[in-house]
Design a protein around this ligand. Structure first.
Ligand code: ADP
Ligand code: ADP
Length: 227
């Protein structure tokens, strides 16, 4: 089943003499449960694509459908719900809220959504993320690897159908990076969550089902990974 459909998507920033064409008329589809790595040089448009897929930016032209919904045809309220329930975002620098502890950061999407926290699910999450005993720690009391595991918890707590990660291992050493890769792959395999990861790490990209290479705002290559 097709979960993402991108149609003639373009994004430009700025105006007049300072227009940057970050994405230039790209189209592709992604199947439910696929693990896709997005690669390409710095400035090629990868983060722009991720933000558009996550519902946190607006295309200049073109459309994105997620599970059949035209993402940017939704009103602000619908879009906010889309961001909390259908996608989970993981960033290079974690983007945790510094004054909230581990449990508060992880459960934030549920609380914002007016949902009661499912204690059983939270316990399981803390176990899978190896964060037991750290529940009341603040982000600045945690290592980089731990902070990224908290951000993965926050991305997964609402069981989104798509997990979007922008350089999730970019700030970590190889041991902590590999742990993050394993966690993302685990949620992809176990729950069939579609996983879309931007990475400069070739070893990580080669673990994907498919690699999309972006260059100058266009799809330069789109290949299935052979094993
Ligand atoms: P990548 O993630 O591949 O490094 P980006 O999507 O961040 O690429 O950027 C693509 C292009 O768009 C770059 O030329 C970048 O400078 C430009 N760009 C990205 N965000 C903005 C912005 N908010 N305002 C202006 N230009 C931007
Ligand atoms: P990891 O467990 O992710 O491999 P490290 O080996 O870097 O982490 O750190 C070991 C322990 O030291 C961590 O479990 C964490 O509690 C603590 N720690 C690491 N970095 C920091 C930091 N910047 N501030 C506070 N405590 C830290």
């Amino acid at each position: 089943m097709e979960i993402v459909k991108v149609e003639n998507l373009s994004k430009t920033y700025g105006s007049g003499d300072h227009v940057v064409r970050a994405l230039d008329d790209i189209s592709f589809t992604i199947e439910q449960g696929e693990f896709v790595a997005i690669v390409g040089p710095s400035g090629s448009g990868k983060s722009t694509l991720m933000h558009l897929l996550g519902g946190i930016d607006k295309p200049t032209t073109g459309k994105i459908f997620v599970e059949g919904t035209d993402v940017y045809a939704q009103n602000e309220e619908q879009l906010a719900i889309f961001r909390r329930r259908q996608v989970g975002l993981v960033y290079q620098f974690y983007n945790l809220i510094p004054v909230l502890n581990v449990v508060e950061n992880i459960t934030l999407p549920m609380l914002m959504d007016g949902q009661k926290v499912n204690e059983e699910r939270l316990e399981e999450m803390l176990h899978v993320l190896n964060l037991q005993g750290r529940e009341t720690h603040l982000p600045n009391q945690l290592s980089g690897g731990q902070q990224q595991r908290v951000s993965i918890g926050r991305a997964l707590i609402n069981a989104p159908s798509i997990v979007l990660a922008d350089e999730p291992t970019g700030n970590l050493d190889s041991k902590n990076g590999q742990e993050i890769i394993e966690l993302l792959k685990y949620s992809n395999r176990t729950y069939g969550q579609t996983l879309i990861v931007i990475t400069h790490d070739e070893n990580f990209a080669l673990q994907a089902d498919r690699i999309i290479a972006i260059q100058d705002g266009k799809i330069h290559r789109d290949e299935v990974v052979m094993r």
